[in-house]
Design a protein around this ligand. Structure first.
Ligand code: BV8
Ligand code: ZN
Length: 259
C-alpha cells in the first residue's frame, strides 16, 4: 500500500479541494473493517450460498424460513458492528465541509447512517441506500413497511412475521436480485452522480447493476473518479485516481481538511 505521497493521492486531493459536489459510492468493502463480511471476498457472505439461492424473490417464495434465518443471522451480526474510521471520515466531512457530500451506498448495513447520526442529527447531507436496509421490514403483498431491529423467529414457517394490515408474510426491506430498484432512488442517484465534480468509489467489485454504472455517469459528465480498493475492478479503467488499500486507511487521509 503506497503512502499518501502517490501521484494519484495528490491528484485526488486536488480534485476534492476544487469540488463543490461530491458523491461517495460505497460497496461491501466499506464495511469490511467493521466486521461485516463482504459478498464475494474469501470470507464472503455468499461463500456458503450463491446470491440466487437466498437474495431473490423466488428463494423467498420457495423457502421463506431459510431466507429469514439467513437475514436474521446477518441482522444480528451487523447490529454488533460499528462504523469504522472510513465511515467516520465520510460522515465528518459531510458535517464540517461546506461542500455538498452525498453517500450512495449499495450496503444494507446502515453503518453510514449510524456514523452520520452519531455526529449530527441536524445535518442536511444525506445517505441513499440503493439496495434498502437490513433494518427495514416490509410486507410481501401490500405497501406496509417499518424500521425493525427485532430478532426474527425463523424456527418454523408459522413463526415468521406477518403484516399487521393484511396478514401476508413480512420480508426484509432490501432489493433482491431480479428486483427493480426504487425508481425515485435510481433517478435521484443518477442525477447526483451526473452532477458530481468528484465520485469517490469505495470497496465495490462493481459487478452489480444498475448501481455499478453510477461512477460511469460521473465520468461521462466530466467528473473526477477516485477509486479506493484492495484490488482493481471493472471501474479501475475509468478512474482518474486509484488508491490501493483499505478504505479506513485512505478515507481519513483523503477527506480531512488542512492536512
Ligand atoms: C435489476 C441487497 C432489473 C440484498 C443487493 C442474472 C440474473 C438475475 C439478475 C441479473 C443477472 N445478470 C445481471 C443481473 C442484474 C443483477 C446483477 O447485477 N447481478 C450481478 C451479480 C451480475 N442486478 C439486479 O438484479 C438488480 N436489479 O437489475 O432489476 C429489473 C428492472 C425492472 C423490473 C424488474 C427487474 C438488483 C441488484 C440488487 C441486489 N441486492 N443487496 C442483500 O444484501 O441481501 S446487491 C449486493 O451486492 C450488496 O448490496 C452488495 O453491496 C452488492 C455489490 O457487491 P459489493 O458491494 O461490490 O461487494 P463485493 O463483496 O462484491 O466486493 C467487495 C469489494 O470491496 C471488493 O472489490 C474488495 O476488493 C473490496 N474490499 C474488501 N475489503 C476492503 C475493500 N476495499 C476497500 N477497503 C477494504 N477494507
Ligand atoms: Zn400487508
Amino acid at each position: 500500500m503506497d503512502g499518501p505521497t502517490t501521484p494519484d493521492f495528490a491528484a485526488a486531493r486536488r480534485a476534492l479541494t476544487d469540488a463543490t459536489r461530491v458523491v461517495v459510492f460505497s460497496g461491501a468493502g466499506m464495511s469490511a473493517e467493521s466486521g461485516v463480511p463482504t459478498f464475494r471476498g474469501p470470507d464472503g457472505l455468499w461463500k456458503n450460498f450463491r446470491p440466487e439461492q437466498l437474495a431473490t424473490p423466488s428463494a423467498f417464495a420457495a423457502d421463506a424460513r431459510l431466507v429469514w434465518e439467513w437475514y436474521d443471522w446477518r441482522r444480528r451480526l451487523v447490529s454488533e458492528c460499528a462504523p469504522n474510521p472510513g465511515h467516520i471520515a465520510v460522515a465528518t466531512a459531510q458535517v464540517v465541509s461546506d461542500k455538498q457530500i452525498h453517500v450512495l451506498t449499495q450496503n444494507v448495513d446502515g453503518l453510514h447512517e449510524r456514523a452520520l447520526s452519531d455526529l449530527s442529527e441536524a445535518t442536511k447531507q444525506g445517505v441513499t441506500e440503493l439496495h434498502g436496509s437490513l433494518f427495514r421490514i416490509r410486507c410481501s403483498a401490500c405497501p406496509y413497511e417499518r424500521p425493525d431491529r427485532q430478532a426474527i423467529d425463523a424456527s418454523s414457517f408459522d413463526s415468521l412475521p406477518r403484516c399487521p394490515d393484511c396478514s401476508a408474510l413480512l420480508r426484509p426491506g432490501v432489493v433482491w436480485f431480479g428486483e427493480a430498484l426504487d425508481e425515485k432512488v435510481l433517478d435521484f442517484s443518477f442525477q447526483a452522480a451526473a452532477e458530481a465534480d468528484v465520485c469517490v468509489v469505495v470497496g465495490t467489485s462493481a459487478l452489480v447493476e444498475p448501481a455499478a454504472s453510477l461512477p460511469r455517469q460521473t465520468a461521462a459528465s466530466g467528473g473526477f473518479v477516485i477509486e479506493i480498493n484492495l484490488e482493481r475492478t471493472p471501474l479501475s479503467g475509468l478512474a482518474d485516481a486509484f488508491l490501493p488499500g483499505p478504505s479506513s486507511h485512505w478515507l481519513p487521509r483523503l477527506l480531512t481538511t488542512g492536512e
